[in-house]
Design a binder for this molecule. Structure first.
Ligand code: 4NP
Length: 161
């Protein structure tokens, strides 16, 4: 079982998009039994709120339905996950600060797995939800390819069933 948590600031745009995109991707490949996938915000400002409507619309336009309720990440969530995939450098700094750098080995920027490492531009400010979707989708695809190549033992269960 690989525990993956996507993390952004508010947990209403980018990280719930990533959670639903990645869930959809692993389901399509029949790998869902190998994963527990969640998402969180570093801030508590949007706690309890649903996915921001333009983000939800963008997901639906790509055939990805689903809901999420925003939650702030806790130290326990950091401990309980194998991969914490943040959207940008600011999320990375917030998370490293919160954990006093102790869990740095499992915190990655999502797009660091792509051939073009970068931040996922924040659509809250850019208003470009399609661009955020494309960046997140590429990050998720490259992250899954990395796992399949480098951590193939984690998928033995799915291969046997
Ligand atoms: P997210 O987007 O971090 O991708 O969920 C944001 C949501 C809210 C705010 C900023 C970014 N805000 O400033 O309220």
């Amino acid at each position: 079982m690989i525990n993956v948590a996507f993390v952004c600031l508010g947990n209403i745009c980018r990280s719930p998009m990533a959670e639903l995109i990645f869930k959809n991707m692993v389901e399509e490949r029949g790998l869902n039994l190998s994963f527990r996938i969640t998402s969180f915000g570093t801030s508590d400002e949007e706690e309890g709120n649903p996915i921001y409507p333009p983000a939800k619309r963008t997901l639906l336009m790509h055939g990805i339905p689903g809901n999420h309720v925003a939650k702030q990440i806790t130290l326990r969530d950091v401990k309980n996950n194998d991969y914490l995939l943040v959207m940008d450098s600011s999320n990375l700094m917030n998370l490293l600060r919160m954990t006093c750098g102790e869990y740095g080995g499992k915190i990655y920027k999502l797009c660091s797995f792509t051939p073009n490492p970068r931040d996922v531009a924040d659509p809250w400010y850019t208003r470009d939800f399609e661009k955020a979707f494309a960046d997140i989708e590429e990050g998720c695809k490259c992250f899954l390819e990395y796992l399949l190549k480098e951590k193939s033992e984690a998928f033995e269960y799915d291969k046997r069933h």
